[in-house]
Design a binder for this molecule. Structure first.
Ligand code: PLP
Length: 474
């Protein structure tokens, strides 16, 4: 057993650290080690419990209802508000779209109206549920265009959605106006607050200027908010909240017409571990309202210091003044953003590249955590050095012939062999001396190549890449 655990630890050493405030995407760190310990204990205690049946595991139902109650207080939930715990932001979004679609069986070709900055999870939902995603370009401030969204709504629109805030730019959409437009047409309006929902209410209490976006806004029918982001809980917990039980009803699924138990689900999963829910309940109960207020104060201090520091680096700019805890960094022409990401990684910081989109160049994403605050000075020094290194090494150019070649390809017409050739040429996949698949350590060249590819080609290449990675080890 000790051998297994030793191997587990050595495997985990190859991953990004989840604590320490140096990983600025994917993970969210409160920096509170005692809270992390409580979370681990709760996950372990409930790892084998099954959230499939609340009569068999009533404690999970109690914890779910208490978490939803906490959220109701935080997000101005009316007396009628109800909620469900899901496994993450994507599942909450999937359920919001599925519920909206199924509320309108009379609509033959349902559509959802979303700003171009909406999270990719909505496109997954559209893909899964056969719903058209009507994408409305955002304005120059990266916020949803209310008039454009209003014009896109028609009699087959089952849902309008917007973000609080958007992942890529960290700004809150004009929810009041969008919800009013949706309500006037009798359409559901979902606010995707997966990443901001547990921190924006505290920002408002701290006196920061936050546009209205909660259930206090008339016309908002549902909100998704993830606990495994700024609730600082272990992974696997999000909330999907509805203004009334009637709005939630189409989300339920039951099947009694088979010889086994009646399957009765409120989420996409049926059997589900009680671990994440128990851990979220334990973390939220331990941190509490006051604790979240303090953590929010810390994270916003870190955001302000980082923004101020970036403004001192001439090659960098903040793409949009952040409404929340996410920062998008732009770079001057002399300075390749992907090289900065590599340099930061070499210095022990993970920052996330975002590809060019809709005429805007590539950027660097930062999800700031409370645990980053004590390290801001160090972070800014590392960023300054990374920028100097990127300027010194110059822009990463993709060979014009490679660009032309990629542009000439139709991703739908490529064979597996073509993809193998492309993956090798792109540097995404190499082979070590013993023929094993090897991942690149520096990503700048790979990212530069992906950046010039069309989104469709990028998707196809990365799917081929993942397919090659997911092969059994015998
Ligand atoms: C705004 C927003 N919505 C949805 C999601 C999807 O959440 P998850 O990765 O938990 O599925 C994210 C994730 O970052 C997000 O930022």
């Amino acid at each position: 057993m000790n051998d297994v655990l030793a191997r587990l630890r050595s495997l985990q050493a190859t991953d990004l650290p989840v604590h320490g405030g140096r990983t600025l995407a994917y993970v969210y760190d409160s920096g509170l080690t005692d809270v992390d310990e409580v979370a681990r204990t709760a996950v372990a205690a409930y790892a084998g419990s099954n959230g499939l049946d609340p009569t068999a595991f009533p404690s999970l139902l109690t914890m779910e209802n208490e978490l939803v109650g906490f959220a109701a207080n935080l997000l101005d939930g009316p007396e009628t508000m109800v909620g469900t715990v899901s496994s993450g932001g994507t599942e909450s979004v999937l359920l919001a779209v599925q519920g909206a679609r199924d509320a309108h069986p009379e609509v033959a070709k349902p559509n959802i109206v979303v700003p171009s900055t909406i999270h990719a999870a909505f496109f997954k939902a559209a893909h899964y549920f056969g719903v058209e995603a009507r994408v409305v370009p955002v304005g120059p401030d990266f916020r949803a265009d209310v008039a454009g969204m209003s014009a896109a709504i028609d009699s087959s629109t089952v849902l309008v959605a917007a973000s609080a805030p958007s992942y890529a730019h960290g700004v809150v959409d004009p929810i009041t106006e969008i919800a009013a437009v949706a309500a006037a047409r009798g359409v559901r309006c979902h606010v995707d607050a997966c990443i901001g929902g547990w921190v924006l209410p505290y920002a408002a209490r701290l006196g920061r200027s936050v546009p209205a976006w909660t259930f206090a806004v008339e016309g908002v029918t549902s909100i998704s908010v993830d606990l495994h982001k700024y609730g600082y809980t272990p992974k696997g917990v999000s909330l999907l909240l509805h203004r009334t039980p009637a709005l939630r009803r189409p989300q339920y699924f039951a099947h009694a017409d088979w010889p086994g138990y009646t399957m009765l689900n409120s989420t996409m999963q049926s059997t589900k571990s009680g671990g994440p829910l128990a851990a979220a309940w334990a973390v939220v109960s331990t941190i509490g309202d006051e604790g979240y207020s303090k953590l929010s104060d810390e994270v916003f201090q870190a955001v302000d210091e980082i923004v101020a520091g970036i403004e001192q680096i001439p090659e960098l700019s903040v793409v949009a003044q952040p409404d929340s805890t996410l920062i998008a960094l732009g770079t001057s022409e002399a300075c390749d953003p992907f090289t900065i990401c590599d340099e930061m990684a070499a210095a022990g910081w993970f920052v996330q590249p975002q590809m060019a989109f809709g005429g805007s160049p590539a950027t660097i994403h930062l999800s700031v955590s409370a645990a980053t605050l004590p390290h801001v000075e160090e972070f800014l020094a590392a960023l300054g050095s990374a920028v100097s290194a990127a300027v010194a090494s110059g822009p990463v150019r993709v060979d014009a012939e490679v660009v032309a070649f990629i542009e000439s390809l139709d991703p739908d017409a490529l064979s597996d062999d073509d993809f193998d050739g492309l993956l090798a040429a792109s540097g995404l996949v190499g082979a070590s001396d013993d023929g094993e698949l090897e991942l690149p350590t520096r990503m700048a060249e790979v990212n530069a190549m992906l950046d010039v590819a069309s989104p469709r080609m990028r998707e196809a290449l990365l799917i081929a890449f993942l397919d090659r990675l997911q092969r059994p080890t015998r």
